[in-house]
Design a protein around this ligand. Structure first.
Ligand code: HEC
Length: 121
């Protein structure tokens, strides 16, 4: 194969990869809007029924100035992909107490897309 063909293939592959991750990102954003957006915003300091989720990865649970934390108040959890996955699978089960966060995301694929969105992917 000559160099220009190889180059063309490389470019095609790069486009395929970047457009598929862009697609995952917009899917994640859509899912977030549908399943989480009523209660959460991604804007710093903008709380709705639930706290703002800006910068959630690496943030200590229950640590914003949101006034209505219940189960997460005083929690020692620091949010990472694993704990977020468990939380949105079944919040009550994960935290072991009743919580106003009642949504359960059953599909692993959807949880991955949502967490990807939260990470800003
Ligand atoms: C019905 C409203 C509601 C929906 C829908 C909802 N949440 Fe929540 N969420 C809350 C509330 C209320 C809290 C605070 C829980 C507590 O302290 O008991 C919370 C807390 C959280 C936290 C912890 C925030 C912190 O500051 O520690 C994360 C992360 C979170 N939600 C993610 C999500 C994601 C992702 C979705 C969508 C899959 C979602 N939530 C859907 C109401 C909701």
């Amino acid at each position: 194969m000559n160099t220009s063909k190889l180059l063309a293939l490389g470019i095609a592959a790069a486009i395929a990869v970047s457009s598929s991750s862009a697609m995952a990102a917009s899917k994640g954003a859509k899912l977030f809007k549908k399943k989480c957006g009523t209660c959460h915003s991604m804007e710093v300091g903008k709380h709705k029924i639930g706290p703002s989720l800006a910068g959630i990865i690496g943030r200590k649970a229950g640590s914003t100035d949101f006034k209505k934390y219940k189960a997460l108040k005083g929690s020692e959890i620091v949010w990472d992909e694993k704990s977020l996955d468990a939380w949105i699978t079944n919040p009550k089960k994960f935290i072991g107490k009743p919580t106003a966060m009642t949504v359960k995301v059953k599909k692993e694929k959807d949880r991955k897309l949502i967490i990807g969105f939260l990470k800003g992917e």
